[in-house]
Design a protein around this ligand. Structure first.
Ligand code: SF4
Length: 352
């Protein structure tokens, strides 16, 4: 008989649950607090009580020609979001500097659009240089959409540490959330980034009509890509987007999803990302027992809870903010990333 304790003990041994076990975690087969208590042991085993803070800098907003149904920056969006072209490298560096000074370890540089032109990559390289001038140790992650050949290498050579590109939903559900690119396009970009030595960051958005089976398909699909960090977003249903009325998540559903991701990615950075405040509400502290990383403050086009409140919540829940010199990933995974960055072949995801 499956028990939560046995699933957690096996996750500590890095044994992936079966599909049936994964579905059981999402169902009401186990009481919610039993799920959280068991899976919290996995989180503590690999990450102790540390919480890693991340910040997003939106370098270019709106004006996108893609039609992702969840996104307020999509083609024809009626959402009330800021629309602007690239901010300057100095502005990017100033924002990054402020975020790092209050504890952010990773700086995520994001731009709207299907993918960058080579000129755009040049702009981002300048921004990375500017950040390095102020915060040489910051982990710089870049998120620019679908990559063309050669672009990941340019970003890595410029000093980017990671590339972020979410799969968002299962392959089976993908056509229901976007018609202008495919699940396979997204997989291709995550692989390109990893193959060029960037630390792959790829996660999901939940609350977009997905079934339990879709959630499990997506989690296993992500696992095949061997990401170093996995952001878990909960849909912010922006008015003016096709998913604007989708309020289908409950705090319990969010916690079960996070628990499942911790079981499937026991030693990987699982990041509590967009939508945590509106969907987890008073249960955010419990989520810290499952995720080991959070986005601080505001997200791309919406305001999160103020940074000081996040820091107080983390302290109140008994966690500490990871310092700039403390490793986030377990040592084995740091070695893996170091190998990737040196371009070694054997550590690439199996199917790249
Ligand atoms: S998610 Fe990215 S590609 Fe999709 S509409 Fe939004 S900005 Fe464009």
């Amino acid at each position: 008989m499956i028990t939560m304790e046995s699933l957690a003990a096996r996750a500590i041994q890095r044994e992936t649950p079966s599909r049936a076990e994964a579905l059981a975690v999402l169902s009401d087969q186990f009481a919610l607090l039993d799920v959280v208590a068991a899976v919290a042991r996995v989180r503590r085993h690999y990450f102790g009580h540390r919480v890693k803070l991340n910040t997003i800098i939106n370098m270019k907003s709106g004006l996108c020609l893609e039609d992702c149904f969840y996104c307020s920056q999509r083609l024809g969006s009626a959402s009330d979001v800021l629309k602007y072209s690239w901010i300057s490298p100095d502005e990017v560096a100033d924002v990054a500097d402020r975020a790092v000074r209050v504890g952010a370890k990773r700086v995520c540089l994001v731009a709207s659009g299907r993918g960058p032109s080579d000129r755009d990559i040049g702009r981002v390289v300048e921004s990375i240089d500017a950040i390095r001038g102020k915060q040489p140790e910051a982990e710089i992650c870049v998120c620019l959409g679908l990559l063309k050949d050669g672009q990941a290498a340019r970003l890595r050579e410029a000093g980017a540490y990671a590339y972020s590109h979410n799969l968002n939903t299962s392959e089976g559900n993908y056509a229901d959330i976007c018609t202008t690119h495919t699940f396979a396009d997204r997989v291709d970009t995550v692989r390109k980034a990893g193959a060029e030595g960037l630390s792959p960051c790829s996660g999901a958005i939940f609350g977009m009509g997905e079934s339990d089976e879709d959630i499990v398909d997506l989690a296993f699909g992500l696992k095949e890509l061997d990401p170093d960090s996995v952001p878990v977003n909960f849909l912010i249903p922006f008015e003016g987007t096709p998913l604007g009325g989708n309020w289908e998540l409950t705090p319990e559903r969010c916690l079960r999803i996070l628990a499942l991701f911790r079981l499937i990615f026991p030693d990987v950075e699982v990041r509590l990302a967009g939508g945590r405040e509106i969907h987890l509400r008073g249960m955010q502290s419990l989520a810290l027992h499952l995720a080991n990383s959070v986005f601080l403050g505001d997200y791309l086009t919406s305001e999160g809870q103020p940074g000081a409140e996040d820091l107080r919540m983390i302290a109140d829940a008994g966690f500490t903010v990871e310092g700039i010199d403390e490793p986030t990933l377990p040592k084995a995974r740091h070695d893996l990333v170091a190998l990737r960055r040196r371009g070694a072949g054997t550590d690439q995801p199996a199917n790249t």
